[in-house]
Design a protein around this ligand. Structure first.
Ligand SMILES: [Zn+2]
Length: 427
């Protein structure tokens, strides 16, 4: 019963996402454009609207394990090399070092600004106008998001803002050197607004792939190198599939290739795997949540334990000195290893000099486990009631954006995880 209820909940496609997902026109146009650029599809895949995920790719024939899902010539990817060979490369030729996310975002915004004159127009048209990452929640909604989301959001927001300010600083200098758009003669600091930049930044965040092998580029890149791959965007994520991506060489040309390690029946949706992400990571990075994500865990720390039991100075110091409390969590599998050890130390009456031996050599006996579970249960109930309060508050919010609805779904998923964990603990 739980399963059907969750499925139905997942079908609630956020309102703005619907604008993109009710039609496959832009994706169809993108496919035609790629064919026009001499792209050779390896498989028959068609953009399609699926009830569970919105826009995705449907297999028109059965797909076997190791079939190549997609093979894109490198020239059809937007890479830092693409930018480095473009008119706007001058922006990035200063002494500064940029991250690839900023470089690609700037390129997207410039090309978007060119409208019909852009070579990438069909790709740009296929991109969503907004995303459902927490950044795109309204101001009011952001004040209602739970703390474990807002603390991560403020880090991401800051990164985006710092990137923008650094870019603006360069663009202002370039304006004084009369570096302007060759089409409309506007200076670049007037072309790129902060809200545009945020869109570009998140376009790269939600869609870019890691790509090595970009030698010969004149831009200094900090951190990982990234690329945008038209059409690849159309694959949705599931953690139940495996796909491998690589840059391969064929007859002197390079291709970005994705192979499926899962088979698919004709008419079903073909997925790729964006990596091993729990729902909080998926929401922060990609703006969505998947039902029953096996990697989900609800973390807790010593301050949570302290609300349920007194911890002596000796215990507290011991835990901190050995960093035993770093990674305590509840998952649908129960209490994790760290949590069990920490809760053991908090509840045991054996002497301190025996703790390590008991945890790492002798294993906990049934009486130890019973105390561990009973304290674990208290913390779990407290966490659950916090999440439920957060959820109620969020549900009372009148205007819910797509990003906010994803946060609601995230909390519902977390409460489910705690409920599964509770069953395991009580067994
Ligand atoms: Zn212009």
């Amino acid at each position: 019963m739980g399963r059907t209820r969750r499925k139905r909940r997942h079908r609630k496609v956020p309102p703005f996402q619907k604008q993109h997902t009710q039609s496959t026109a832009a994706s169809d146009a993108l496919k035609l454009w790629l064919l026009d650029q001499n792209w050779v599809p390896t498989l028959d895949l068609e953009p399609h609207i699926f009830p569970e995920t919105g826009r995705g790719l449907m297999a028109l024939k059965d797909i076997a394990v190791k079939d190549v899902l997609l093979e894109l010539p490198k020239r059809l990817l937007i890479t830092t090399l693409t930018v480095s060979e473009s008119y706007i490369s001058r922006i990035f030729l200063s002494d500064k070092i940029y991250d690839a996310q900023c470089v690609l975002a700037t390129f997207l915004l410039y090309e978007k600004h060119l409208k019909e004159a852009s070579n990438w127009k069909p790709y740009l048209d296929s991109l969503p106008v907004s995303y459902s990452n927490p950044e795109f929640c309204s101001k009011t909604e952001k004040t209602i998001l739970p703390e474990f989301v807002t603390s991560q959001l403020s880090l991401l927001s800051r990164k985006c803002k710092v990137s923008y300010l650094s870019l603006m600083e360069t663009l202002t200098i370039l304006r004084s050197r009369e570096f302007v758009c060759p089409h409309c003669t506007l200076s670049f600091d007037k072309i790129i607004t902060f809200s545009d930049f945020t869109w570009g930044y998140y376009t790269v965040n939600t869609r870019a792939v890691y790509l090595d092998g970009t030698e010969n580029i004149r831009i200094n890149i900090k951190g990982d190198n990234l690329a945008l791959a038209p059409f690849l965007d159309l694959f949705n994520h599931t953690c139940r599939t495996v796909a491998v991506a690589a840059l391969i060489k064929k007859k002197e040309s390079e291709f970005y290739q994705i192979k499926s390690l899962t088979s698919y029946k004709r008419g079903s949706q073909v997925f790729i795997n964006y990596g091993a992400h729990n729902n909080l990571e998926l929401y922060m990075e990609y703006g969505f949540v998947i039902p029953q994500n096996p990697l989900d865990e609800i973390k807790f720390d010593l301050s949570d334990i302290k609300k349920c039991i007194n911890i002596s100075r000796t215990v507290y110091n011991f835990l901190r000195v050995h960093n035993l409390d770093d990674n305590m969590s509840f998952s649908s599998q129960g209490l994790n290893y760290s949590a069990k050890n920490v809760l053991f130390i908090c509840t045991t009456s054996v002497q301190k000099n025996q703790w390590m031996q008991k945890m790492f050599r002798d294993n906990l006996d049934s009486e130890d486990l019973s105390r561990v579970n009973s304290l674990g249960l208290k913390i779990l109930q407290m966490k659950k009631s916090q999440l439920k309060q957060d959820l109620q508050k969020m549900k009372r919010c009148r205007y819910k954006s797509g990003s906010f609805l994803s946060a609601v779904q995230l909390l519902e998923e977390f409460i489910q995880v705690l409920e599964s964990c509770l069953k395991i603990i009580c067994e």
